[in-house]
Write a protein that binds this ligand. Sequence first.
Ligand SMILES: [Ca+2]
Ligand SMILES: [Ca+2]
Length: 328
Amino acid sequence: MKNRVLSTLIAGSIAVGALSVMPVSAQTLVYEDFEYQYINDLQEIEITGYLGTDRYVDIPETINGVTVTSIGESAFRENEYAGQVILPRTVTIIKKSAFYGSKLSSIVMKGVETLEAHAFSGCTSLDWIYVDDKLKNIHNCAFQGTRIRDIVIPSSVEFVEQRAFNNTTGTHTVYIEDGLTEIGEEAFLSAQLLDWVYIPPSVEKIGDYAFGYFSFDHIRYNENLIIYGHEYTAGWAYAVANNITFREMVMGDVDFNGAIDSLDASMMLSYYASEATNGDYDLTRVQTDCSDVNADGEINALDASEVLTYYAYTATGGTGSFTDYLGL
Ligand SMILES: [Ca+2]
Ligand SMILES: [Ca+2]
């Protein structure tokens, strides 16, 4: 195993002639293409730099038997090579500016809980991310200037800080899973192409200029923008206050036209058939949320059948909401 001391980092200056005792944790070591340091009393390892020229980068889970748990501050900053990066599940934190301004285009981060400020800021090629439901914190400017088309915030995320997704000009959709409570100021600012946002009931606070973009000192919104959600929630209030089209999520109303009928059932069946075959018919995440009417985790003929039965029931004078009818 190649393992040598590359350089030694010394905090502060050392007086001439003074004896210096170098803590092992401050040394930058090298393993294969990676620079690293021991952290947390030598119990864990942090990747602090990348010396390779590969486009595909697989970060090791352990080095010399010690677990790799973090990607250090500016470790891949402005790196020209690493495009597709896979982190082991053991990495739980990506520190400040770790990939700032690099050529990163995709990253798998299954164990990551914290994304520090500017973690991927300025990664103008970054358009594909895999995270698990471990992610808790997205700090300020973490994804600023990236090019993610469809953003999904997992339910495990507790806060999205200010400007977290600022200037992601190519973003079309933002789906926030139920769990997030606060969206920071300017969190998704400059998303001029934004088609829709789903804001769950868990969101209690939405910072100023969270969505939309500035034009001549005024915040503007894509005129086709729709906010999906639930009445009397923060998302609904934001839509009303900013004159944005709001659509209530109603179980069974897949096309959001206010009626639950055969058209909705047929969309469910098309989706089911497509999933089973070539996948050429797709529904948005908000539409699939409204499609699993019997709440069994699947969208199929059973759901369509419930819709058709309810439609027949209302067509013959039956009253009451669909959810009451389903007994949910
Ligand atoms: Ca409908
Ligand atoms: Ca179902």
